[in-house]
Design a protein around this ligand. Structure first.
Ligand code: FAD
Length: 274
């Protein structure tokens, strides 16, 4: 089995906490290298992220990687958070710019993720293994692909140890991205982010927001299932497992799953991979 990691978001209600506990227990059995917890830009889920990584680390015995987004944050706030995470014994951080929530006026002390990575290195030295985000289908706000690749390289040059990609369904986008950045001298591991499919309407919404393309042949088949959730899940598991197989055969170093705090769809993909 390849090295795998799972991404969760911070639950906000007791019901969601119970759901995450159940999911964490089930997915722990699949022996992830670590689990990561997302961060809301502008500090909106700041306390929930810390609370959630603590819960996954202490109650579930998992290695954790809090996401840290700099948008809206000050140097002082981020330094304090880094110190807290270090004191708690965490060794990994996923460093991001994040997006400014609508209505929030100040972007904070950092403009781009590369500046955050540089700050983490200045403040915490080599303590943290730092992952950054990569976009095989280009970040939606980039001027063009070449500029986006240069900005990605700047994050690695600032001291990141590796990258996790935005999800995609076209393996060639990943291979092309890896080839491009290798030619630019980037040598760190680039781990594909994998989105298991369980709910087509939700997937479409996320993909529209983050600029990930759903290939027409997948969209058409999913639409034809309407609300037949079992058929959507079955086809989703097959399509995503096939994608993972191609990625691993083509040299992907590991797989990072966007679980959305549910175990079923991720497990279905991993069972097919076995
Ligand atoms: P950056 O790398 O800073 O890039 C952002 C944009 O700016 C890109 O278009 C880039 O080309 C451009 N750019 C960079 N540097 C420059 C420069 N010097 N001059 C001009 N343009 C530049 N969001 C959250 O809020 N919380 C999370 O927990 C979270 N987790 C994520 C995990 C992964 C694996 C991924 C792939 C994304 C995640 N996101 C998360 C989403 C992410 O925050 C957004 O995609 C955000 O818009 C960009 O963040 P970034 O770190 O990639 O930014």
């Amino acid at each position: 089995m390849p090295a795998i990691s799972f991404e969760f978001f911070p639950p906000k209600t007791d019901e969601q906490r119970t759901q995450l506990d159940k999911t964490a227990k089930e997915l722990k059995a699949l022996k992830p290298e670590y689990v990561s917890v997302t961060f809301g830009a502008g500090g909106s889920t700041l306390s929930y992220t810390s609370e959630t990584v603590a819960r996954l680390h202490q109650q579930h015995g998992l290695d954790v990687a809090p996401h840290l987004s700099c948008m809206g944050g000050t140097r002082k706030e981020i330094a304090e958070l880094l110190d807290t995470y270090r004191a708690a014994g965490y060794k990994r951080i996923v460093a991001l710019r994040g997006d400014l929530p609508s209505g929030m006026a100040t972007p904070g002390d950092f403009r781009y993720a590369a500046e955050l990575v540089r700050f983490i290195r200045q403040h915490s030295g080599d303590h943290f293994h730092v992952e950054v985000a990569a976009y095989p289908e280009m970040h939606p706000q980039a001027e063009d692909v070449q500029a986006d690749l240069r900005h990605f390289k700047a994050k690695i040059d600032a001291g990141a140890n590796g990258a996790i990609t935005q999800y995609f369904f076209n393996a060639d986008a990943y291979f092309c991205f890896v080839d491009d950045v290798r030619r630019m001298g980037v040598t760190v591991p680039i781990v594909p982010g994998i989105m298991p499919i369980s709910n087509y309407a939700q997937l479409k919404r996320f993909s529209d927001a983050c600029g990930a393309e759903i290939p027409r042949w997948i969209a058409k088949r999913m639409q034809a299932y309407y609300d037949d959730a079992d058929s959507i899940r079955a086809m989703g598991a097959e399509v995503v497992a096939q994608l993972c197989r191609r990625l691993l055969e083509g040299g992907a170093p590991a797989l990072h799953f966007y679980t959305l705090n549910r175990a079923k769809a991720t497990r279905a993909v991993l069972e097919q991979l076995h």
